[in-house]
Design a protein around this ligand. Structure first.
Ligand SMILES: O=C/C=C/C(C(=O)O)=C(/O)C(=O)O
Ligand SMILES: [Fe+2]
Length: 307
């Protein structure tokens, strides 16, 4: 069993790198980290929400998620994870120095989950000591969770809970499983989708008011609102989903549940067809159909071609 300590980052391709960065800073409110003091790397932009060096990296190229990353405890844990994944039949790629530098981590490995989602495991993710300089005052306090697509959610839960320490916090029928790796109700979610992909990235905000202020701001900017404001009965969080460039869905949320009594928590099963099972405020839960760009994965694993 491989122990995931935290989520680390999402790395995504961006056909319009400048546009993706502009949206992430001026609309979402992330900090664009790269600058003369940060060893700027051509074609790569790092966006920051909290003490992590970045939680989102855009790589100039084909739109679509490249990888979703989790932290493990250190080089020893990473080496054990590599062996464990290989013994389970996964092809594991080990990143070289340039890959690690680009991700601001000490070491990393990568593999495809059983559904084709590229996952990276890292150790030594760089922490930035200076305060976050948000691109806009949206109230973001941290990178909250990441959500993957997979055709079979039960099978995805089996994978994440047997290979890794992920535990189901709640189920939404066959449509979704929300999983925790620490006290936070979920840092990883898997939603039913025909293809692998990144369903959304979540950012926690400081106040309930931030969700509503951001809602008005997004509307003023003509940003497509996908769902909300509403309140999820699973985590209890007030949410707002919106669509950014490159097909990336962002979520702001406030007030996510923490599961402090691990032994007492039993996952609950919500029926997605029941009104209120997605939004307790009974708002429209049918997202406008958006076409997420296909996952962008290298066809082969060597370092030279890994974005
Ligand atoms: O559709 C249900 C989504 C639930 C939650 C939550 O309980 O907070 C999410 O954040 C999500 O997975 O998007
Ligand atoms: Fe979410």
């Amino acid at each position: 069993m491989i122990e995931l300590v935290d989520i680390a980052y999402v790395r995504s391709g961006a056909a319009d790198l400048a546009g993706a960065v502009r949206f992430a800073t001026e609309v979402v409110g992330l900090e664009h980290v790269d600058g003369p003091a940060d060893d700027t790397e051509p074609g790569v932009a790092h966006l920051r929400a909290d003490s992590r060096h970045h939680c989102l990296a855009f790589v100039e190229g084909v739109s679509g998620v490249i990888a979703s990353a989790f932290t493990v405890d250190g080089p020893g844990a990473l080496a054990l994870a590599e062996t464990e994944l290989e013994s389970r039949g996964f092809t594991v790629w080990r990143g070289g120095p340039a890959d690690a530098r680009s991700r601001r981590v000490g070491e990393l490995i990568g593999f495809d989950d059983p559904f084709g989602n590229r996952i990276e495991l890292v150790c030594g993710q760089q922490t930035l000591a200076r305060p976050v300089r948000p691109g806009r005052g949206s109230g973001i306090t941290e990178f909250g969770h990441l959500c993957l697509d997979a055709p079979d959610v039960a099978e995805a839960h089996r994978f994440w809970s047997t290979t890794f320490n992920a535990r189901a916090s709640d189920w939404i029928g066959d449509a979704a499983c929300l999983m925790r790796i620490d006290e936070v109700h979920h840092k990883l979610a898997v939603f039913q989708g025909d293809r692998p992909g990144l369903c959304h990235v979540n950012f926690q905000v400081a106040e309930l008011d931030d969700v509503f202020r951001n809602w008005h701001h997004l509307q003023d900017q003509g940003v497509p609102i996908e769902m909300g404001p509403g309140r999820h009965p699973q985590s209890g969080a007030v949410f707002l989903y919106f669509l950014g460039p490159e097909g990336l869905t962002y979520e702001y949320s406030y007030g996510v549940r923490r599961i402090t009594d691990e032994a007492a928590w039993r996952p609950r099963y919500f029926d997605p067809a029941e009104r209120g099972s997605i939004d307790m405020w009974l708002g429209p839960t049918q997202k406008p159909v958006t076409t997420r760009p296909q996952i962008t994965r290298p066809q082969v694993l060597p370092e030279a071609v890994h974005p």
